[in-house]
Design a protein around this ligand. Sequence first.
Ligand SMILES: [Zn+2]
Length: 286
Amino acid sequence: MDTGLMFFRFAVGALECVVVSDGQPEPPWEPSLEDYFPAVPGDVLRDACHGRSTLTCGYNCLFVSTPDGMAVVDTGLGASFLGYGEYIEPLVGQLEGGMTSAGLSRSELAAVVFTHLHQDHSRGAIWSGDVRFPVATAFAHASEVAFWSASVDLPSAQPHLEAARETIRLYGEKLRPFEYDTEILPGVRALAAPGHTPGHSAIMLQSRGERLLCVGDTFYDPLQLTNPTWSTPWDLDAPASIASRRHLLERAADEHILIHAYHLPFPGLGHVERRGTTFTWHPISS
Ligand SMILES: [Zn+2]
């Protein structure tokens, strides 16, 4: 499938939005659920999956037209990506082709907002060795910038070190660290969602009474809504990530807020319904 042509337009009040896919591996290239949830006993995982053994991992980059210009939340894996094995190289890195198809200009993009600096969110901004969005101001949480700038010895963080540090280095003074609960652009607010990484952030869009909650890597699969305590090996602080997941899902369910989930199947938009202590995902059709 040529996912380079995959984009989806919608609006949040006066904010025009477009989800552009950076790619979405399909069978036989979908990753194994066992790799995402190695701590879950095999029989429990099998019962929960109802015969499914793989996960559809999208890379849904969200563009939003703010009064200060076009912004993107997270930027995909970038071109020529070999980090997950050769199979994935032609399947991802399609953000810029998708932008062209959607009429979005790389050279005019005003802002790049990172939910966190893992390579599948940041490499699309720097993969060529230079900034791909030359006039953009970049935004990432202050703790995220500090974490990747210091010595990092956690094994699960190592694959992400290069892209995170390149992003910090290449954007330099144009990288603005933010704190939680601040409006980083008009109608674009950063919310606390730590755990996946130290500065992992949710992004809330708000305009004319409508809202969209970008949850970043708060969950990878609807299985983490029916099982909110399931963590992945990439959650650096699992208990904190579980608390963030519960908090954001409860708020989205109780306040009927549309969710944008970066890694769910394209376009990653949907609502959640609360059922006691668990949740159900209701995707919107694209
Ligand atoms: Zn991710």
